[in-house]
Ligand binder design. Structure first.
Ligand SMILES: O=C(O)CCC(=O)C(=O)O
Length: 254
């Protein structure tokens, strides 16, 4: 666990570099600018119907066939065999390259993060109900304790409260709020994983989690330095793609 001083120094670095990066990121289309403004305000933006159902079904079939391939490079499954993940799945399923290279999402990523370059890849995942599963992402967390992170999540199956919808606490990407959690003793320096009890203990300081119920084809653009998780799955399966965006020039950051 880093000291409070180290934590504050990293916050100061992030607070200083982000406006500079954003100011030099270049112009984007009006639609992208609207989405960026939404993510800056709340921590997320949702685009329903971004992919047609048939395209989602084809990608979900690709995931099923990846699940059948033993020992595939980039594959991972949790101990309960609930969370089946394929990192850099576009190498094995070229149709997923269109998600990695999506032009609108790229514009939003560039303007929101301020990073001109990104090293992106697609995580393709199927979550199956298993008793005691932790949900996609393994519980409440921030992707990084300091450095801003952006992801896009595409639902490939209809997502109800039962089959593991994404949840995010609106406004919790705000650096001031994250610092006030520290000041109130509700977060330790450098902490980025949280138990359900710790989240419940933030009541009155942070807003209620938003649960992203949505039809297949819904895309969620999120600042994953906000508090978030995939809800533990109670029935059925959830198919989804997640776009990871990192900047090799900064030597960090997915
Ligand atoms: O897939 C989800 O619903 C959540 C994923 C997540 O927590 C993450 O990508 O950091």
């Amino acid at each position: 666990m880093p000291s409070l001083l180290t934590h504050l120094a990293k916050e100061a670095f992030e607070a200083t570099r982000r406006p500079v990066l954003r100011a030099t990121a270049g112009a984007v289309s009006p639609r992208a600018a609207e989405l960026v403004a939404e993510v800056r305000r709340t921590g997320f933006a949702v685009i329903p119907g971004y992919w047609a159902p048939e395209r989602c079904d084809a990608a979900a079939r690709d995931i099923d066939s990846l699940c059948g391939r033993e020992g595939l490079e980039g594959s991972w499954v949790d101990a309960k065999k609930s969370d089946h993940r394929f990192f850099r799945a576009e190498r094995h399923a070229p149709s997923l390259e269109s998600f990695r290279d999506d032009a609108l999402i790229e514009e939003v990523r560039r303007a929101y993060t301020g990073r001109r370059q990104a090293e992106k890849f697609v995580l393709a995942a199927r979550m199956d109900f298993k008793d005691g599963n932790a949900g996609s992402g393994g519980g409440w967390h921030l992707d990084s304790p300091h450095s801003l992170q952006f992801k896009a999540i595409m639902y490939l199956s209809d997502c109800s409260p039962e089959n593991g919808p994404f949840q995010l606490i609106p406004g919790s990407h705000d650096r001031g709020l994250l610092l006030s959690l520290l000041a109130k003793g509700k977060r330790k320096p450098g902490q980025y994983r949280f138990t359900d009890a710790e989240i419940a203990g933030m009541d009155g300081v942070v807003r209620e989690p938003k649960t992203f119920i949505g039809a297949k084809g819904t895309v969620i653009l999120a600042d994953v330095t906000a508090l978030h998780r995939g809800t533990p799955i109670r029935a059925g399966s959830r198919y989804a793609l997640t776009l990871y965006c990192g900047d090799p020039a900064l030597g960090v950051d997915y």
